[in-house]
Structures are given as structure tokens and as C-alpha cells.
Design a protein around this ligand. Sequence first.
Ligand SMILES: [Mg+2]
Length: 287
Amino acid sequence: MKRLNSTFLTSLVAISASASDVSTSTTYSTVTPTTTLRRPYCKMTQDKDNGTTNGTTDTLAKNIKQANEILKTSNIVCFDVDSTIIQEEGIDELADFCGKGAEVAALTKEAMSGGMTFQEALKKRLDIIKPSQKQIREFIKNHPSTISPNVQELFRQLRANNTEIYLISGGFDCLIEPVATALQIPLSNLFANKLYFHFNGSYAGFDTQQVTSRSGGKGEAIKFIRQKFQQFNNNESAIITMIGDGATDLEASPPADYFIGYGGNVVREEVRHRANYYLTNFNQIQL
Ligand SMILES: [Mg+2]
């Protein structure tokens, strides 16, 4: 039986709080836009179909019916953020905003051709951008993320079905927190990378201890979520589904029980090819 456990939620809040304590100690500070900005900075798209009846005839989608069944039985659904929950790629947009778009794009291309770990690529890109606290705040204010169509309705259905929702991202928590807040996802259910700043607001690096900063990090986050669920649900095993557009999302299953690809913003052909289930519009899910 699926059920939420308040002790489980409280525990995760505590873990999040202690992680935050570490990152804000001594030399560094972090951006916390949800406390410094007066409203959540992100845009909602109009919920709409993709020109087909419920999107179910989209030829790029795969096994929509089975994907619906999987989501009905999942205890926990984990979503990627960039190009999945939101329409943009946060790091690329931030690089553009800081005038480093072309340099970062070249580096991303180099990283994708191999020979670089995820963390090395992240470090190199951030060393190019070197975003200051002020730039991050201005970026969030002037370039709010756009929530993908029908995300809110899907989240409503999952919650009605007693399914817990997590966001797992290789992006930055300071950019994602406004999105999580707008979608009413507790920050304890968000796994993302954390930027550090010197007290004068200049860029000081990122938290290399966050699992999402490493190759295979999304899978590590899912293992953690699974352990916590078991711990607070009498050893019951959770059914966990990962949804996302990218290879790192696909590679998170296993340990996720299922992977459902999402190509509503960008179709990555290799991911679509390897995925057993593939959506092109979140309205293809009707729980
Ligand atoms: Mg993505």
C-alpha cells in the first residue's frame, strides 16, 4: 500500500537543514532567493495539448499506456528539472546572461565528446561563468524559468494518488528553488548542486560533496530516497520512477525501478531509443 509518512518527511527536512548549515559556515555564503526575493520567479505556460488528442497519437511517444500504469503504482516519482520540469537549460541560460554563452557551449561540446567526468565539466563551466551572487539574483529576476506545459496538472494527479514527488537536478539549487516553490515541492525533496560565494558576493566554487555534482549522482540520490522510505515504512520497498530528458536520467534506472523519457522540450534521440517509455507531453498521463 502506498502511504506518506510524516516522520519520513520531517527527517528529510532535518537533513536539508543540516546540509544548509554546513554550506553557510565560515568563509562562504549561498544564495537563497526564496527568502530574499518577494515572489517566486518563474513563469507558467498555458496548459495545452500538442495538437493531437491528448497527445496520445504522437509518433515519438512510446508505450504511453504502460507509462500511465507505472505512474499509478509508483510510491515516488523523481523528475529531472532542466528541459523536463522547465523548458530551459539553466546553466546555458546563466552563461548567456553572464556573457559566456559561446565559451560554455564549446566546453559542453567538448565534455560530451568524452574524456571528462561530470564534475570536471561542471567545474570548468563554472570557472568560465564565475557567477556572482548579484548576477544570480538578476538572472532569476530577469530570466525566470518557464514551467513545462501540464506539469502542474500532473503533479496534482500524483498528489491525489498519494505519490511523493522529488526533483533531482545537475543544475543549481539557487536557480531551481523558485521553481520548486512555485510547484509546492518542499526544498527537502530537492537534490541539486549548491554554489558557494565569498562574503563580497563573488563566486567561490560549488559543493563537491553533493551527489548531483558527480557522475551517477542521480542514481545515488534515488538510493538515498529509497533507504529513507524503507526506514520509515516498516522496511517496505518503494516503487520509484525517474522521468527526464537526458542520459543521466536514463542511467538513474536502476536504482530507480522505471525510467520514463520526456521529449516535450528537446528530443535526445539516444535517450528516446533506449527508453522503454517515452512521453512528449505530460498530458499523456491521466491517472
Ligand atoms: Mg534535463
